[in-house]
Design a protein around this ligand. Structure first.
Ligand SMILES: C[S@@+](CC[C@H](N)C(=O)[O-])C[C@H]1O[C@@H](n2cnc3c(N)ncnc32)[C@H](O)[C@@H]1O
Length: 184
């Protein structure tokens, strides 16, 4: 499948795909928090073809939530509540059209999800919720499920338009974790 994504650069996508290939050797499933239209989900699902691992993807399917004060930035004014809206149906249909296994697709605000909504063990987590609370909530959900040697990727850590991402990760703290952390 060729690269097509207005949210993640080609270079970042290549990195995610390589990490996903690496995580095939780790026990557990793959999760993505903030799937939007499913561009990256489809590429990850392609990596999973032939594997017994499942992909679980999560989104409000109502677009972005309200910003917190930590998300305010001059560069990020276009990131507003309700932007980046996609439907669960369109994402599911894209998988069917591509002939790929349809992931577990959960429509929810991350703050409403519970441990039972996630797989028991996570080999790869891709967090792409853009805002402080969204990243904080998704980190809290995945941290106890990440297996040793697993891979956690947080998108937009270095994006000045979305300062809440870096704040959420720094408050959470990356040191001393038994899984590998990649901040894109
Ligand atoms: C940048 S887009 C994701 C792009 C996608 N990962 C990709 O690679 O194409 C961010 C998505 O996160 C979702 N989102 C952000 N915060 C959320 C929250 N707190 N709960 C549920 N969904 C959230 C939005 O609805 C939006 O679809």
């Amino acid at each position: 499948m060729s690269w097509k994504n207005d949210q993640v650069t080609k270079e970042e996508t290549d990195k995610i795909i390589n990490l996903a290939k690496d995580a095939l050797n780790v026990d557990g499933d793959f999760v993505e928090f903030g799937c939007y239209k499913g561009d990256t989900s489809l590429l990850i699902a392609e990596v999973l073809q032939g594997s017994s691992k499942r992909l679980w993807i999560y989104d409000s399917f109502e677009g972005l939530p309200e910003k917190s004060a930590f998300d305010e930035s001059v560069l990020g004014q276009d990131f507003r509540a309700g932007e980046l809206y996609a439907t669960k149906r369109e994402v599911k249909e894209r998988f069917l059209r591509a002939g790929l296994a349809v992931p577990v697709i959960k429509k929810a605000w991350f703050s409403d999800l519970e441990s039972g909504d996630l797989p028991e063990r996570i080999a790869l987590a891709f967090l792409d919720g853009d805002f402080y609370e969204s990243i904080k909530d998704s980190l809290k959900l995945v941290e106890s499920k990440m297996v040793d040697g697993g891979i956690l990727i947080v998108h937009d850590y270095n994006n000045a338009a979305l300062p809440g991402v870096q704040r959420a990760v720094d408050e959470w703290g990356v040191s001393g974790r038994k899984f590998r952390i990649f901040l894109l």
